[in-house]
Write a protein of this length. Structure first.
Length: 316
């Protein structure tokens, strides 16, 4: 097999982790509303000068502005200095300790209220920066938005770009994987090889590929036979071939490959995910790497006809 599909998994996993982290931060930021019209500060630092000098510039600018003019929000209420000083103090304290400059081509946003930073600072590509100051926000600048809610437009742009990057990686991985499978021809790629890989201490995983778009056939295992597999693996037996329940048996309402255990229902059967967790618990005891299964959908009539609805392709 060509190595490229496997090599793409690292960047894909990293991108997914970044997406999930950013989604969590966005959920927190977008759920909050300050009591004051300037209770939240969204500070954007750019590459170049130190972050603390950029912050001090913003603080000094607003301080001078407020000395010469009484600022009012969109409702006409006077803007007091207390919430501004509170967020200034929070940002200054954090950034002085952080002492971390912004990377080239990047910006970093800090989200603060009077108590502290709401989420960890988020650094992202400058091209996704989107800041617009609305009417009735005289205390705001492009680098320091002081509002009743946090400005998350830039983060939304970054999230969209991350998802597009992941989709591109996934598309490339599926294309490389399909080409590799077609080149392999009639090689034994049956799904019962999955357990052989999972119970092989030298294997770190592989691809479990669904070749049919319409198939409702899931790979499940008899719970009692699954326990036998775990016991055998725990006792030192390796590379155990353990077939999932085939379609033909499922149609007959028999939920044990060996036709031995008959006191359980289909709902009691164990899926790949759960069985892999249990196998990895044993692998952990022997200090070997976790076995990872990447489930991929590649509908392809030729592959489905040659190998069935599911294919297992080990990384090594």
């Amino acid at each position: 097999m060509a190595p490229s599909p496997y090599l793409l998994l690292g960047p894909m996993r990293s991108t997914i982790e970044q997406i999930e982290r950013l989604e969590k931060d966005l959920e927190i930021l977008e759920s909050l509303v300050a009591h004051s019209s300037v209770g939240f500060a969204t500070f954007t630092a750019k590459h170049g000068s130190s972050v603390i000098s950029q912050l001090n510039t913003e603080i000094d600018f607003l301080d001078k502005k407020m000395r010469h003019k009484h600022l009012r929000d969109r409702e006409g209420n006077a803007i007091g200095t207390r919430p501004l000083n509170s967020t200034n103090s929070v940002l200054k304290s954090y950034i002085e300790k952080e002492q971390k400059e912004v990377g080239n081509g990047m910006v970093r946003q800090y989200f603060a209220d009077h108590r502290g930073l709401v989420v960890e600072p988020i650094e992202f590509h400058q091209e996704h920066l989107q800041i617009r100051i609305g009417k009735g926000q005289p205390a705001s600048t492009h680098a320091m938005l002081r509002q009743q809610s946090f400005n998350t437009d830039s983060l939304v742009n970054e999230l969209k770009a991350m998802k597009n990057a992941y989709d591109s990686l996934e598309m490339r991985m599926k294309s490389d994987l399909k080409n590799a499978l077609l080149k392999l021809g009639e090689t034994n790629l049956a799904p019962n090889r999955w357990s052989e890989s999972a119970t092989d201490m030298g294997s770190e995983g592989g691809f479990l590929i669904c070749t049919s778009l319409d198939s409702d056939y899931r790979l499940v295992f008899c719970p009692h036979c699954s326990q036998k597999l775990i016991d055998a693996f725990n006792q030192g037996i390796r590379r155990i071939v353990f077939p999932p329940l085939p379609k033909t048996i499922l149609n007959l309402k028999v939920f044990c490959t060996e036709n031995e255990h008959k006191d359980h229902s289909y709902e009691d059967c164990i899926g790949i995910d759960d069985l892999e967790i249990r196998i990895n618990q044993v692998r952990e005891q022997y200090y070997v790497p976790t076995h990872h299964t990447e489930v991929v959908s590649i509908p392809n009539q030729h592959l489905s006809k040659s190998h069935g609805d599911w294919i297992w392709l080990s990384h090594n």
